[in-house]
Design a protein around this ligand. Structure first.
Ligand code: G3P
Ligand code: CA
Length: 411
């Protein structure tokens, strides 16, 4: 399992800001009034459904994401599919279905071959049978009020993808460059590769483009260079401040967040003036930006803290990496059957008979150990919480209801 595969754009680490207040609306500079940021479902709603499947995109639509994000790549017979990684290994059962075809790159397989793969079971058995979708299938589920944000992910592995993408979008009537009621674009195309963006632009000149950078806000000179032909830049609010956002705005660029998951990060993005908030949990981002409580199923238990690097082996007996749950109430709360999920969808469960006392803590460990009332050990043999950059840990109740999200970075 790739520990960092869900992290999205790499974040250049710096001092973390802590803002716990509910987000303030971002300024609408043109109209002189304040509006909420656009909410982008990064890979759909991958905190709760297998990333970049139709199940994930349908969840994001249900949760009123303004934009669906996905990564486009070409199969060997030049069909456009949605998949984040260069290979099919992490998010499908390709290693079992095609054991002899390592390293299982997307471009090694025809669409018919890829369609045999299960793209849901790795996330959870109730998603068995989900498939890697084609772009056409995504276009068939998206409604007219929702924008698309498509990344030209690995142009070297998908030669010609930009022109083919423009052609499919043209055929679907999606290249008029329209701005939707939410403030999102009908389609926005982004990439870390400026050449492939220019290639796309040649065939779909009205579609808005954005350049993906690496967390920190670019310098003024780079922003000025992008302002001529792109509409925005990406950054992460943990390594920017409101002044950075203003610098981009001053050049006429919008600021799009790299994925932000926990309530604190969503609020940071909004309070700094980001125009678009990208999240692996668009429902939570929407609730926060609407001024509602972040979690409909909140029951008073929160993820208090994480210990991703205990020193020594991450899965060592008794002292493995762990997550601390806290009961914020004055009554006991049962957490049996609940589980924790990280960004790469590794799971830690909580066994039967676990009740967190009023105001008390429960440590949930990855590795083996002796269970006791304030500690539960999963007995796994390898650690997975991210030690070197950051991660998001989400806490679900026994019925798969989302109760809390905690994002952290490792400075
Ligand atoms: O932050 C924008 C997003 O498209 C980049 O995410 O996960 O494809 O690296 P990712
Ligand atoms: Ca992406």
């Amino acid at each position: 399992m790739n520990k960092v595969s869900m992290l999205g754009c790499a974040v250049v680490m710096g001092a973390a800001l802590t803002i716990t207040g509910i987000a303030q609306a971002a300024p609408d500079r043109a109209a002189g009034k304040r509006t909420h940021p656009v909410v982008v479902g990064h890979r759909g709603s991958p905190g709760q459904a297998p990333e970049e499947t139709l199940a994930s995109y349908r969840d994001a639509l249900r949760d009123k994401a303004d934009v669906l994000e996905g990564d486009v790549q070409l199969t060997s017979d030049r069909q456009i599919v949605l998949l984040h990684d260069d290979t099919l290994a992490r998010t499908t059962d390709v290693e079992e279905v095609y054991p002899d075809r390592t390293p299982w790159r997307v471009g090694q397989f025809t669409l018919a071959e890829i369609k045999r793969l299960d793209a849901g079971s790795w996330f959870g058995s109730r998603y068995a049978g989900q498939r890697v979708p084609t772009l056409k299938e995504l276009l068939s589920v998206v409604d007219r009020r929702t924008g698309l944000s498509l990344e030209l992910k690995s142009p070297a592995s998908s030669p010609g993808v930009a022109t083919l993408l423009a052609g499919e979008l043209n055929a679907a009537g999606l290249t008029d460059g329209a701005t939707l009621r939410s403030g999102a674009y009908r389609v926005q195309v982004h990439s870390r590769d400026q050449e492939v963006l220019r290639e796309f632009h040649a065939s779909a000149p009205k579609v808005q483009l954005s350049y993906l950078t690496g967390g920190r806000m670019l310098g003024d000179e780079d922003l000025a260079a992008l302002a001529g032909w792109t509409v925005g830049v990406y950054a992460h609010p943990r390594v920017t401040g409101a002044a950075d956002v203003r610098r981009a705005h001053a050049k006429g660029l919008k600021v799009f967040s790299d994925p932000v998951d926990g309530p604190a990060e969503v609020s940071m993005a909004a309070n700094q003036g980001y125009d678009w908030v990208t999240s692996n949990f668009p429902a939570t981002a929407r609730r926060i930006l609407d001024g509602r409580t972040p979690f409909a199923a909140a029951n008073g238990v929160v993820v208090d803290s994480v210990f991703p690097d205990p020193g020594g082996d991450d899965a060592q007996p008794e002292n493995s990496e762990h997550v601390v749950l806290r009961n914020t109430t004055s009554r006991p709360i049962e957490v049996s059957g609940g589980y924790l999920r990280d960004q790469a969808s590794n799971l830690m469960k909580i066994g039967p008979g676990y009740v967190i006392g009023p105001g008390s803590l429960l440590r949930v460990h990855v590795g083996p150990g002796t269970n006791r009332p304030d500690a539960y050990y999963n007995g796994l043999t390898a650690g997975f919480l991210n030690n070197t950059s950051g991660d998001t840990v989400s806490f679900f109740g026994a019925g798969h209801s989302l109760i809390d999200i905690h994002s952290y970075i490792v400075p």
